[in-house]
Design a protein around this ligand. Structure first.
Ligand code: 2P0
Length: 310
């Protein structure tokens, strides 16, 4: 028996950061993301003599193995003859949403492999327990992860959208999102402000996406990313993922905007910068950043493809 599923990562424009219920993975605030093409996780479940987990071709750490084993207990009470192999075609744990595509692919694969046939909503409730952001990679396009723990799909037209990843480091981050989130909730005086802003801005972002108001989409995305990093910097002790190079990229983007380019930045719990721009401006923006010496990956397009069995 062998089942393989594929999922793409999503990048949040309004960020999720903090759980009001850690067991159920219920977020304090709504978040909204776009699922992007090209980057993908492929996860295979197959029958073997003993349970094992391979991540990107290597035997997983004990911590990852236990996390996956616990996650699979939502689908079965016997994992003893299952081998999980998961591969990303992009850097893992570097703030590029690898846990989102990984748990979305694993959920969909396990649902089929163990013959669970869970409904969409049941699968959402399970998937978010693997990783909150993974719930948004179950589907393509724009997805809103609501405070109630479920997803609303937003039917916005995304043909003009492009995303550039400026790779500052592809090393796995020192502090995981999950740990950073808990620490920020417990110690940052700015976390409450982050939540309030995110909830208000989610409605505004949804409207802007539906009315094709790219300027407002970009402005709200930058605001959410900066507010996220502000709340992390105000934690005790502070958490900082961004280096000097990251701030230089942000400066270049602000400069390009002064030249009337449609371009905005967003950052997650990692060192890399994601640049939200348009089909019209993407080439110029990429060339400008490359000319400044930055490592810019080929542009991504929004993907309509949700997590699915291959
Ligand atoms: C997001 N991040 O909305 C935010 C922005 C990182 C910064 O969701 O603990 O790996 O597994 O629910 O989903 C990354 O956190 O955290 C994340 P858990 P997850 O994309």
């Amino acid at each position: 028996m062998k089942v393989t599923a594929k999922a793409h990562p999503n990048i949040a424009l309004i960020k999720y950061f903090g759980k009001k219920d850690e067991k159920e993975v219920l977020p304090y605030n709504d978040s909204i993301s776009i699922t992007w093409d090209t980057f993908e996780t492929r996860t295979t479940l197959e029958t073997a003599k003993a349970f094992n987990v391979f991540l990107n071709g290597h035997v997983a750490s004990i911590e990852d193995r236990e996390k996956i084993k616990t996650f699979l207990t939502y689908f079965t009470n016997d994992v003893s003859h299952t081998v999980v192999s998961s591969k990303n075609n992009f850097p893992t744990a570097a703030g590029l949403a690898s846990s989102a595509s990984a748990f979305a692919a694993l959920s969909v694969a396990a649902n089929r492999y163990f013959n669970c046939n869970f409904s969409e909503k049941n699968l959402e409730a399970i998937t978010r327990k693997g990783s909150g952001s993974a719930i948004r990679s179950l589907y393509g396009g724009v997805n809103r992860f609501n405070r109630n723990g479920y997803v609303t799909r937003i039917d916005a037209s995304l043909e003009e959208y492009r995303l550039l990843v400026v790779l500052i480091s592809d090393h796995a981050k020192a502090v995981s999102s999950r740990k950073a989130m808990k620490h920020v909730v417990e110690t940052s005086p700015l976390h409450k402000a982050f939540i309030d802003t995110a909830n208000e801005d989610s409605d505004a972002l949804e409207k802007a996406l539906l009315s094709k108001d790219f300027h407002t989409v970009g402005r709200l995305s930058e605001k959410s990313a900066l507010s996220l990093h502000g709340s992390m910097l105000a934690a005790n002790p502070p958490i900082h993922y961004l280096s000097d190079a990251a701030f230089r990229v942000m400066d270049e983007i602000v400069k390009l905007r002064r030249e009337n380019r449609e371009v905005y930045f967003t950052m997650d719990a990692g060192p890399n910068i994601k640049v939200l721009t348009t089909k019209k401006d993407v080439r110029l923006v990429a060339n400008h950043l490359k000319a400044q010496g930055f490592n810019v990956l080929p542009a991504l397009k929004p993907s309509k493809e949700g997590a699915h069995i291959l």
